[in-house]
Design a protein around this ligand. Structure first.
Ligand SMILES: [Zn+2]
Length: 374
């Protein structure tokens, strides 16, 4: 049998696959992980939502009434950014406890940790409920891979989900949803010296923005996530100073809590703004993710994490969104936590890094979660 990799060397292997999204091109990386898992007895299936945009589902055991536990991560990364890196972004250079590279924290380090735990646990996991690994492409732009798997009903069974995104090994019980909208107003253009002959789209938009400032969400607050938010992020309108503008556009970023349906949210914004003649269109949509902290499995996750955190964790949600919401939908709603070794603050940054001690800690925590599930 080939020597089993440790989490740091596997992270280094994964960093060498260039999976910056766009364009992603995750196929080679997915196949590499699939081959490694097949050699340890996993059954694998590859699913492409577009050419070379490959997600991997790998399963072991599962011949049991109790469904398997799922670990998930995405293999795409964000671009390097304009600023120059002081470390090679693909070589896995180390300095002290830090392993540098694009995707080290978000989230090839997390994937490496659960794969190492899975390879070690394989002989025990082959019997009983088992383990399913969902390794997705295309997360960084709208969770495309996970959504494809959920929409096409390619996910079978899972009784719990660990999303190994960067949390510095703190188990979060979810995150807000994200819904982005484009709002458009139109009018009639005229010479700027005779505005009474036109219909000013920017003035209409000003009133729209005033209305949005007073928008009330149908759910005012959530006990763990707090309040939903709305931010007007961009504004565009008019072509020249001496004309009446006949078109204006804004984009709006809302962050929602459980109980707010994004289709209904779009409809209520449209109703609110209809008297201004505005059109509302949803442009990005990721649902919220939440599991009650009292859930028995979540309590078990808290227990297993506690020794590494210096105390039992309090219920909290994380600020970024993940594939977890689509996968939870695809698996029929099992409990889910976001828990991984990466540093949340280092994600998407220049000189992104992951603590190697945290990776080793994750392997331990993940192994304990896999075995206690079995
Ligand atoms: Zn991520």
């Amino acid at each position: 049998m080939a020597a089993r990799p440790d989490a740091r060397s596997l992270t280094r292997e994964l960093l060498a696959f260039r999976t910056i999204n766009p364009p992603g091109m995750e196929r080679a990386c997915a196949r590499h992980l699939g081959a490694m898992l097949e050699a340890a007895g996993f059954r694998t299936a590859y699913h492409e939502f577009a050419e070379a945009r490959t997600s991997l589902i790998a399963q072991i055991g599962g011949d049991h009434e109790k469904p398997p536990i799922c670990f998930t991560g995405h293999i795409d990364t964000v671009p390097l950014g304009a600023k120059r890196w002081t470390h090679d972004a693909f070589a896995g250079e180390t300095d002290g406890d830090r392993l540098y590279g694009r995707g080290s924290t978000d989230m090839k380090g997390g994937i490496a940790a659960f794969i190492v735990a899975a390879l070690e646990g394989a002989p025990d996991l082959a019997r009983g409920p088992g383990l399913v690994l969902v390794i997705t492409a295309g997360e960084e732009i709208g969770c495309e891979g996970a959504r494809f798997l959920a929409d096409r009903k390619l996910l079978e069974r899972a009784g719990a989900i660990v999303v190994a995104e960067p949390t510095a090994n703190y188990p979060y019980v979810g995150h807000k949803g994200l819904a982005w909208f484009e709002v458009e107003t139109t009018g009639v253009t005229a010479h700027g010296s005779m505005p009474e002959l036109g219909d000013n789209a920017i003035l209409k938009m000003a009133r729209v923005i005033g209305d949005l400032e007073h928008f009330r969400f149908p759910v005012a607050s959530h006990p763990v996530m707090g309040e939903p938010t709305l931010n007007v992020g961009t504004i565009r309108g008019g072509l020249n100073t001496n004309s009446v503008p006949d078109e204006a556009r804004i984009t709006v970023d809302t962050r929602t809590v459980p109980g707010i349906d994004h289709v209904e949210l779009c409809a209520s914004l449209a109703r609110l703004l209809a008297p201004r003649g505005a059109n509302v269109r949803k442009i990005v949509d990721t649902p919220s993710l939440y599991t009650e902290p009292q859930d028995a499995w979540v309590q078990e996750v808290f227990e297993i994490c506690a020794p590494h955190l210096g105390g039992k964790p309090a219920p909290k949600t994380i600020t970024f969104s993940t594939d977890g919401a689509d996968l939870k939908r695809g698996f029929g709603g099992p409990p889910a936590v976001v828990l991984g070794p990466g540093e949340p603050a280092a994600a998407h940054q220049t000189d992104e890094w992951c603590s190697m001690n945290r990776m080793d800690q994750s392997v331990e925590v993940f192994r304990a979660l896999m075995l206690s599930w079995a």
